[in-house]
Every structure is written in C-alpha cells, then in structure tokens.
Design a protein around this ligand. Sequence first.
Ligand code: ITT
Length: 219
Amino acid sequence: MRLKTQDWCWKESTRFFFNAETQSAQRGYKMKLFVATHNQHKIREISQILPGFEIVPDDPEGVEENAPDFAGNALIKVRAIAEKHKGEWCMADDSGLEVKALGGAPGVHSARYAGEPSNTPANNALLLKNLEGVKDRAARFTCCCALVDPSGEELVVHGHCPGHIAEKAAGVEGFGYDPLFIPNGYDKSFAELSADEKNAISHRGRALEKVREIVGNGE
Ligand code: ITT
C-alpha cells in the first residue's frame, strides 16, 4: 500500500486503511471532513485548499493542549472529536511559528505567546520586542495535521514554510503572525499575499497536500 513507503507519515497500527476516494465516489457526494478547531481562519484556509471536501468544524472544547510538540497537540484535538464521529474522517491542525534566534519559540505556544487569552496584536508585539536588535531573523511556520480514518486509525503529516521575521508588520490578509512573516523567495509578508498565493506555499498548504494524497480529493 502506498502509505508504507512515505516517510512523512506513520500509522499506529497495521489495520486496513480506508480508501476515502473510492468511498465518496461510490456515494456520489462531497466527503465530510470533521475538523477539530475553534479557529475560523484555519477553517477558511482548509476549505480553500481542500475544495472537494465538506469541511465541518467541531470545537474540541475544554481539551488541554499540553503536549510538547505539534503532533502531540494535534492528536489530542483530533481524538477529542473522533469519539463523536465514529466511522467518519476527522482531522486537527496544530500549527505555529518557530524562530531560530528564540530557540524555536513561540512554537507550540504560538496562540498564547503573550499569555491568556489568545491575543494576536499582543503576540505580534511581543515577537517584535523579543527580536529587537536581532540580525538573524530566520523562522519557519509548521503545520501538523493529525487524521483519524473511519476505522479509527491515526496518521500524522507535517508541512513547513521557511522564511524570516520582518522588522515591522505589513499587510491585512490572513491571520495571526502573517503580517510579520516573509516567506523565502518573497519580499512581501504572508499578509500581503492573496489567499491563493499563501496557500500555494504555506505550511498548511503543504501539510494538506499530503492529506490529499492520503484521503483523495473528497469528491
Ligand atoms: P485550535 O487549537 O482551535 O485549532 P488555535 O488558533 O489555538 O486554534 P493552535 O493551537 O494550532 O490553534 O495555534 C496556532 C497559532 O499559530 C495561531 O493562533 C497563530 O497565532 C499561529 N499560526 C498558525 N498558522 C498560522 C498562519 O497560517 N498564519 C499566521 N499565524 C499562524
């Protein structure tokens, strides 16, 4: 089976992996993908990147994202909703910004870098403050998608987007740290790119490309 040869994913057991493309083609309608998030920006981007799926948001309310890495937190979130949607495909996206000069921070704490509750302007201001006078501003976005297939099997994929942190914010598109992040090969921030331009090179776009290889196009 094709999954066995791919080094970017792992399976927790050797049970049969569902072929979702065949399933949805047989049913003749868009396949549902339940996504464990309260973040509407993620839902919008996932819907743009996976247009063949009916993306159904489900807030994994009350779960504690206390794993030390993106994969652990994505699994915590997806398991919380997979319990409710047995027999369906479920997914969670855990993502964040890792800055080299800050030892990988904010990393898994990206959403609440400046403290609780999550506050984007405060997070961005703190990032700029912590990088004052720093020359090496290399950074990368990471997106980890954890999937649970209809048989209950788990799978994790990652996508990265390398770049650097700007000296000041620019642009109004996107969300989160987008106004501060300049992807490699560009002289504009993510927030100055169109949604299509961002999705074509972003950490989320790259992770979801791998998801699509596993799950199919959804139609
Ligand atoms: P859920 O856990 O409910 O999915 P969340 O926003 O709390 O929503 P995360 O714990 O994965 O999600 O934290 C992701 C944070 O990383 C997010 O709040 C942003 O601050 C940042 N982030 C992730 N992807 C981003 C992107 O594409 N552009 C800008 N910032 C991003």
